[in-house]
Design a protein around this ligand. Structure first.
Ligand code: ACM
Ligand code: ZN
Length: 753
């Protein structure tokens, strides 16, 4: 087989070399040889025999507005394809790339039409945006079709336009700072993949990154934090940097939407100017992750003056008609205790602190509107009443977006479930992003038109540098690009993945350290009377799996199901390799045997959160315990509700005396130990006897991450079914910065001995 593939490749290469060396336009490149694998997929593509020779082509256009795009195209061709294109004053006999403005309503504001026919490549569009997208298609085709030192564009006809008008990537430059060059690289990549919005997250609890002339301490103080190890971390963008980046993006028809967070996520600004908070106390720029309670005081007029001054400078820098003001995760505890905030509630006849947040946002919106800009905010801006005309960016699922649409507003969808690129591949892999569709089924046709599009959100708490950033964003952003641009009817993941594979050589050339498409393998655990069986299944076909058992040094090639003694603790480390190079993270499993291993659980309460599934329905009885990393995929999360479930042991047993469960606490992320856990038992699943109850004696204020085991002991008794009830504390307590928000329970696992 190997030989046949190689000889096939040699014949193919020779064929291409012969075709190009003869270098006449009579040569026929058949469509089956050419690569048309555009991402995002074009709305319409027809292919024909023959090709346009890209080398030595001339670009001809008459409208001077096109100059920046053409210059960019020529520079790209030089740098990435080693081809020197010339600008022609008039059409020559051969190899013309001709750009012509037209007026074709069918193509809309961003569409383009590309016709390639032997000696002529015609690109037409109604707008600069359309030309930018058309040129991106040409760049991709040129990078995908080279042979024998020549570059060709296969003869074709493309008619193409986007499904959604807002196609964005959020980059959090506050948690970690990314240089001007990294930002420009991402603008290039957005443009190549026909995304059109760079959502620039510039201010946070952990940093203020945009220089503001009137308030120099915002960057002198707010751009720097003292890390836990005592080192200083930071950086900021000067006005000049921002002007340079905005101009760069503008030339490529990318809109930069700046985000200035308010009223929450504002600790860095308050560290610089303490009068902005309710208490006026000096605080530091945050050096930990989470949600922080010191936010802008809503009762102090100097806060609004400050924000209007800041926004005036922001507006002067960014031509975007949209300004993002955050609005998410603003704890209300300071407002509850602040006489000025309470006075404001009274004076403005507001109901409560949520109303006060709404007042705050509306006041900022009035200012933005007066300056001819529109406000975008996270879905929390719905709480206390949504301002007319405000655009909601839905992140806590799609519900906020739906509510905004029903309210008559517009929405952008970026739900945590599909669009959060800070999540690992176990939760959101390439296929999951590809399965995203920004219009929920609940909306009718008219309502759906108010969904502007979507974004992927790249939060960077755990993304310290460009290398790590690339591996998180790619290839998953390619899926988002297609979801937001292409028609949804022909979606086929296998076909998309095949196109993605063609693009790895492009990403390599652009120095993108792309990550994996998915976790390389998954495991399944089964039990029999005296054995535990672990099967490892490949999710990527061309990998090999090796494993080591129980701490031994020997590395085995994984061939078939691994079997262990039913009563012994066992460990497995598995690694996926391609050409002897490790792919993705290794898998490290420690199996703790107990009597409920692999037994079924039925949920009576709402089931676990789709974000924290512990691998699904068997996650609480798989013998693999959650670690101190709560995103490790082993924890099951319940948000704002109790857990109640029935565990079926498959037989009546009389040898059980201990039932315990592990819980997690990390109150920065609103994860608390449950208030109690109780167990009832039954022989038939209908008649229940109380078996025991456990409470915990841990202070919910205890900071840091830790695991706590709740344990119930009981004299042996006969039963088959266990009903386990775990009580959530329900709301984040009063003293907490996020007081009043829904609390999480994290559990793994239920252990029966
Ligand atoms: C968000 O993820 N807090 C918008
Ligand atoms: Zn206040």
């Amino acid at each position: 087989m190997q030989n046949m593939i190689w000889s096939g490749r040699i014949v193919f290469t020779l064929l291409i070399i012969i075709l190009f060396n003869s270098c006449t336009q009579d040569s026929i490149i058949h469509p089956s040889i050419a690569n048309y694998k555009l991402i995002p997929k074009a709305q319409r593509l027809d292919t024909f025999p023959g090709y346009f020779l890209f080398n030595n082509a001339q670009v001809f256009y008459t409208n001077k507005e096109l100059t920046p795009l053409v210059e960019d195209f020529i520079m790209f061709s030089q740098k990435r394809l080693d081809v020197q294109l010339n600008i022609a004053g008039e059409k020559i006999t051969k190899n013309n790339i001709i750009l012509t403005f037209i007026d074709n309503p069918e193509l809309g504001d961003e569409g383009y039409q590309l016709s390639v026919e032997n000696e002529t490549l015609n690109l037409v569009a109604n707008s600069l945006k359309g030309f930018a997208h058309g040129l991106s298609s040409i760049k991709q085709l040129a990078m995908l079709n080279s042979a024998g030192g020549n570059i060709f564009i296969p003869n074709l006809q493309i008619k193409d336009w986007p499904a959604f008008e807002h196609r964005g990537l959020l980059l959090d430059c506050a948690r970690h700072f990314f240089t001007k060059d990294v930002i420009k690289k991402y603008i290039d990549l957005l443009s190549l993949y026909k995304m059109n919005v760079f959502h620039w997250h510039l201010t946070e609890d952990q940093a203020w990154r945009i220089a503001i002339e009137k308030y120099p301490k915002l960057t002198e103080v707010g751009a720097w934090r003292t890390e836990l190890d005592g080192s200083s971390y930071g950086g900021f963008y000067s006005k000049k940097d921002i002007e340079e980046i905005v101009a760069y993006a503008e030339r490529k028809q990318i809109t930069i939407i700046p985000e200035i967070e308010l009223p929450g996520h504002s600790q860095a600004a308050i560290a610089a100017y303490r009068h902005l908070s309710c208490t006026g106390k000096q605080i530091e720029v945050a050096n930990d992750w989470g949600v922080f309670k010191d936010i802008y005081c809503a009762g102090n007029d100097s806060v609004y003056i400050f924000l209007e001054d800041v926004l005036s400078e922001v507006i002067a820098l960014f031509p975007s008609k949209y300004i993002h003001i955050g609005g998410d995760e603003a704890p209300k505890i300071r407002w509850e205790q602040c006489s000025r905030c309470q006075q404001r509630i009274e004076d403005e006849h507001l109901k409560d602190e949520h109303d006060l947040q709404s007042y705050f946002i509306k006041r900022i919106q009035t200012f933005l509107n007066a300056n001819d800009r529109q406000l975008i905010g996270w879905d929390e801006i719905l709480e206390g009443g949504l301002a007319e005309g405000a655009i909601v960016q839905s992140w806590r699922g799609m519900q906020g977006g739906i509510e905004a649409i029903r309210h008559g507003n517009r929405a952008i969808m970026s739900p945590t479930s599909h669009a959060y690129l800070d999540y690992g591949l176990k939760a959101i892999d390439l296929q999951k992003v590809y399965s995203f569709y920004p219009v929920p089924k609940e909306l009718n046709k008219e309502e759906s038109k108010r969904i502007l599009g979507g974004e992927c959100n790249m939060w960077t708490e755990h993304v310290p540098n460009e290398h790590s950033l690339d591996s998180k964003v790619f290839p998953r952003m390619l899926a988002m690009s297609e979801v937001l641009w292409s028609d949804s009817s022909g979606r086929n993941y296998a076909e998309f993945k095949n196109r993605v594979h063609s693009h790895y050589s492009i990403l390599d050339q652009l120095n993108v350290n792309y990550g994996n498409e998915t976790t390389p393998f998954q495991y399944m655990i089964n039990t029999s009377a005296n054995m535990i069986e672990v099967a490892i299944e490949k999710k990527i076909s061309d990998i090999d799996i090796t494993h080591q058992l129980n701490g031994e040094k020997t590395i085995h090639s994984y061939q078939s199901i691994l079997k262990f003694d039913r009563l012994e603790e066992s460990t497995i480390i598995a690694v996926a390799n391609r050409n002897n190079k490790q792919i993705g993270d290794s898998l490290s499993l420690k199996i703790h045997p107990h009597l409920a291993l692999t037994k079924n659980i039925e949920y009576i309460s709402d089931p676990y959160s789709e974000w924290y599934t512990a691998g699904g329905i068997g996650g609480l009885t798989d013998g693999v315990l959650g670690s101190l990393d709560f995103r490790d995929g082993h924890w099951q999360g319940f948000w704002g509700n109790d857990l109640e479930c029935i565990l079926d042991l498959d037989e009546i047993r009389s040898d059980i005396s201990i039932i315990e469960a592990n819980f997690y606490q990390y109150n920065n992320s609103w994860i608390f130990l449950p208030s109690d856990m109780s167990v009832e038992v039954s022989t038939n699943g209908n008649d229940w006897n109380e078996w025991g109850k456990a409470k915990n004696n841990i202070d919910p204020r205890q900071r840091g991450h830790f695991i706590y085991t709740m344990r119930i002991e009981h004299p042996e008794e006969s039963f088959r079914y266990l009903k386990i009830k775990v009580k959530n504390i329900m709301k984040v307590p009063e003293w907490h910065e996020a007081a009043g928000s829904d609390a999480w329970i994290f559990i793994d696992e239920i252990i029966v001995k």
